[in-house]
Design a protein around this ligand. Structure first.
Ligand code: HAM
Length: 418
C-alpha cells in the first residue's frame, strides 16, 4: 500500500512549531489595533476574474501559479493567491468606505500559488495582510511601512532591510514603459526567453528578472525615478522625508516593481539575508487605481503582506512547552476517582491540569511531570487517602507540603495567581 503524504508544497505545522505561530498571530492582533486596523476575513476562494483583473493577466501569479478550477456549475473559481484583491472586492461589495472613509483592515490566512517549492516557498502559505483605503497623503505610506517594521520588531526580529521605490502612476508610467520597451527591443536577442516575451506584454516585469546573464543589460536600462511626473516625484520625496524624520532607514532600488500589476507610486519590501534566495519577508505598496478597476469608487489604497512561514523561520529558536499548572499523580487504583473529580474541578477553576491515568510508578509519573514543565504536582497515595490530604510538591522550589482535600483549589489559586 502506498503511504499517504501531504501534497508537494504544503506542510504541516506541528505542535512544537505552533507556539511561534500563536505568538506572531497574537502580536499582529495587538499591534495592528494600536494603529487603528480592524480584522477582516474574506473567503479562501473567489471568482477567477477577480484575480485576473486585479493582479494582472501577465503576472506570473495569474499566468502560471493559480489554483483554478471549474465549479460544478461551470463557474471558474480560484484559490486566493493573495489577500488584497479579495479585500478590495469585499470593501466594494459592502460599501465599507461609506461607514469609514479612512478604512484600515488586516487579515491573516492561507494563500495558494503553484510555485516551484523550495525553502521559504510553498504552494500553500500564510500571510499577514494590512490594507488602508481612502488615504492619499504620503503620511499613510509611511505609517503602513512603520506598522510593517514595528510588527517585525515586536515579533523579535532585529536584522532586516527596507527597500523602497516609486513606480509612478497612470499619468507618467505609460510613457516610461514605452521608453523601456524601445530600449529593450535593442538588446532583445541577448535576453532570456521570458524577458523577450515581456518586452511586448509587460516590459516592467523585465526589471524583476533574476537570470544572471540578463543583469548587466537590465541595470543599464532607463530608470523610473528619472521619469516620474511632478506629483509622483513630490509624493515620493515626502515619503522619504517622513521616513527620515522618523529615523527609519531604507535602501532605494529602482528595480523594485513587485510581481503584481496593481501598484502605483510607493512600493516596498523588507528583505533578510538569513532567508536564502527567497529573501523577501514582506512586500507591498500603493494601489490607487485598483478599487476603481474592480468596479468600485475612485478610492486610494495601500498595504503590504508578510509571509508567516518566512517570519517563523527568522524567529529566534524557542521551544515553548504547553502550559501545565498542575500534574495529578494518583499512586494507587483507589485514588483514581478523587483524582478525576479534582482534575475536573481544577480545570473548571481555570488551571491547566494533566494527569497520567495509566497507573505508572511514582518515579515515572514524576519524570512525566518534569517533562511537561508542571509548576505543581499533587500526589495521592495510600497515606494521603487515609489522612484526607494531598501532598503538594512545588517543582520550582522542590518543597513539599500536605494540603487538606477541600483546601486544594484555594491553596493552588493563591500560589499560582499570587
Ligand atoms: P507578494 O510580494 O506577492 O505580495 O507576497 C507578500 C509576501 O508573501 C512575500 O514577501 C512572502 O513573504 C510571502 N510569499 C509569497 N509567496 C510565497 C510562497 N509561495 N511561499 C511562502 N511565502 C510566500 C502580495 O501578496 C501583495 N498582496 C501584498 C500587498 C498587500 N500589496 C498591497 N497590499
Amino acid at each position: 500500500m502506498t503511504t499517504l503524504r501531504a501534497i508537494t508544497g504544503t506542510r504541516d505545522i506541528l505542535p512544537e512549531e505552533v507556539s511561534a505561530w500563536h505568538r506572531i498571530e497574537a502580536v499582529a492582533r495587538t499591534l495592528f489595533a494600536r494603529y487603528g486596523y480592524r480584522e477582516i476575513r474574506t473567503p479562501v476562494f473567489e471568482t477567477t476574474e477577480l484575480f485576473a483583473r486585479g493582479i494582472g493577466a501577465d503576472t506570473d501569479i495569474v499566468a502560471k501559479e493559480m489554483y483554478t478550477f471549474d465549479d460544478r456549475d461551470g463557474a471558474s473559481v480560484t484559490l486566493r493567491p493573495e489577500a488584497t484583491a479579495g479585500i478590495v472586492r469585499a470593501v466594494i461589495e459592502h460599501n465599507l468606505m461609506n461607514t469609514d472613509p479612512a478604512l484600515k483592515v488586516y487579515a491573516l490566512g492561507s494563500m495558494f500559488r503553484r510555485e516551484r517549492p523550495q525553502k521559504g516557498r510553498y504552494r500553500q502559505f500564510h500571510q499577514v495582510d494590512v490594507e488602508a483605503f481612502g488615504l492619499s497623503r504620503p503620511s499613510i505610506d509611511v505609517e503602513v511601512i512603520e506598522v510593517a517594521l514595528a510588527y517585525l520588531e515586536a515579533c523579535g526580529l532585529t536584522r532586516f532591510e527596507l527597500v523602497l521605490n516609486s513606480v509612478g502612476d497612470a499619468k507618467c508610467r505609460p510613457a516610461y514603459v514605452e521608453t523601456l520597451r524601445t530600449e529593450l527591443r535593442r538588446s532583445a536577442s541577448k535576453l532570456c526567453a521570458d524577458c523577450q516575451r515581456r518586452i511586448e506584454t509587460n516590459p516592467l516585469r523585465v526589471l524583476d528578472c533574476k537570470v544572471p546573464g540578463d543583469q548587466a543589460i537590465i541595470d543599464a536600462l532607463p530608470r523610473i525615478s528619472d521619469h516620474l511626473c511632478g506629483e509622483c516625484r513630490d509624493h515620493f520625496a515626502e515619503v522619504r522625508r517622513e521616513l527620515n524624520l522618523l529615523g527609519i532607514p531604507y535602501r532605494l532600488s529602482h528595480r523594485l516593481v513587485r510581481g503584481l500589476d496593481y501598484y502605483t507610486r510607493t512600493t516596498f519590501e523588507v528583505v533578510s539575508g538569513e532567508l536564502g534566495s527567497q529573501n523577501s519577508v514582506l512586500g507591498g505598496g500603493r494601489y490607487d487605481g485598483l478599487v476603481k478597476d474592480l468596479g468600485g469608487p475612485d478610492l486610494t489604497g495601500i498595504g503590504f503582506a508578510l509571509g508567516m512561514e518566512r517570519l517563523v523561520m527568522l524567529l529566534p529558536e524557542q521551544v515553548i512547552a504547553g502550559r501545565c499548572d498542575v500534574f495529578l499523580a494518583p499512586l494507587v487504583p483507589a485514588a483514581l476517582d478523587k483524582a478525576l473529580l479534582l482534575q475536573r474541578a481544577l480545570r473548571r477553576a481555570g488551571f491547566a491540569v494533566l494527569m497520567d491515568p495509566e497507573g505508572r510508578s511514582f518515579k515515572s509519573q514524576m519524570k512525566r511531570a518534569d517533562k511537561l514543565g508542571a509548576r505543581f504536582v499533587l500526589i495521592l497515595g495510600e497515606d494521603e487517602m487515609a489522612k484526607g490530604v494531598w501532598t503538594l510538591r512545588d517543582m520550582a522550589g522542590s518543597s513539599q507540603a500536605e494540603v487538606k482535600d477541600d483546601a486544594v483549589t484555594g491553596h493552588l489559586m493563591e500560589k499560582l495567581n499570587g
